[in-house]
Design a protein. Structure first.
Length: 94
């Protein structure tokens, strides 16, 4: 990751980057991201469904203040369609 930061874009996008990693390495990774954020060379976007990782990320980066650190809580909606057997084929627009 260090070599790619030299010539890469000013944004780092990550989707659950720490799956199956122990706590010590998780903290080490977040410390590395924090160093990148402090240097001001990259904007970091991290998406995770892991509440523990989200909490640690929040604790490590909240010091940046509300203007530099933003948290977006998203939720996934599950839509369940009723059985199409009750709708005749002529009524169905599928």
């Amino acid at each position: 990751m260090n070599k790619s930061l030299l010539a890469g874009p000013p944004v780092i996008l990550m989707d659950d980057p720490i799956a199956h990693v122990d706590d010590l390495n998780m903290l080490s990774f977040l410390d590395h991201l924090r160093d990148i954020a402090i240097s001001g060379s990259r904007q970091i976007f991290l998406a995770t469904a892991d509440a523990k990782l989200a909490g640690l990320f929040r604790q490590k980066f909240r010091f940046l203040g509300e203007s530099a650190f933003r948290e977006f809580k998203l939720s996934r909606w599950l839509f369940i369609l009723s059985s199409m057997s009750s709708v005749s084929e002529s009524e169905s627009k599928w």
